[in-house]
Write a protein that binds this ligand. Sequence first.
Ligand code: NAD
Length: 257
Amino acid sequence: MSVKGKTAVVTGSTSGIGLGIARSLAEAGANIVLNGRKATDEARAHRAEIAETFGVEVKLVAADLSDPDACHALIKEAGACDILVNNAGIQHVAAIPDFPREKWDQILAVNLSSAFHTTAAALPLMRAAGWGRVVNIASAHGLTASPFKSAYVAAKHGLVGLSKVTALETAEEPITCNAVCPGYVMTPLVESQIPDTMEKYGMDRDEVISEVILDRQPSKEMATVEQLGGTVVFLCSPAADQITGTTISVDGGWTAL
Ligand code: NAD
């Protein structure tokens, strides 16, 4: 079954990887529900551009996914949800004793709990439609750890676990759930970590990218948002009908180390 005419809800899709995934699904013919915390002018411009470029319907639904009610409201407002991509995510870097409690709670809420709530709201719609795909954007940090990223690593490991449970609960239905685990991809989330790292190590921008960020990525290249989009489109294709409850790494060999 192709994704043509299906409705794809992509959380956190007003920038970075989510926007790339939304564009790839639109290119494949899916109607798109974009989501960000706020309906900014930039988000509205992305909505219009994707609709015009790919000739599909594109809605923009603003929702702060740290709020469980907002997660349910997003799926309700979407109206349909054949493909759910849980992509919204945030980061904070600090040693455990210094990690602000509110940052821990916020990261767990956005990076993990929101996926539980949107999945709970979307599965009944997928079951009614007789087909569904849940793709959770985890991370190489869903499979391995780094110091100073306690909340992020815990949330992403949790998201991999949630993906397995979702897959088992839907295993006998034409619904699959998998986690995609990217290594580093140059997006605003990664960009925002560069200035602090430059200061911490006394390095310039290029040194931070090659020696710190890509230190653990054997390919020494960042993945692209288009590659992430292509991976999600593949998981929505008939070739992936029996792929469920697993992880796909797009990390230039990071987790092979
Ligand atoms: P980004 O900062 O460009 O995008 C994050 C998106 O999440 C934005 O659209 C933002 O609006 C949205 N978001 C944040 N808080 C939200 C909230 N409370 N409610 C609704 N939306 C919210 O980051 P990105 O790099 O594109 O990251 C996307 C996903 O990919 C995240 O889950 C991230 O953990 C994961 N990831 C990124 C990388 C990378 O190298 N960039 C690597 C591995 C995993």
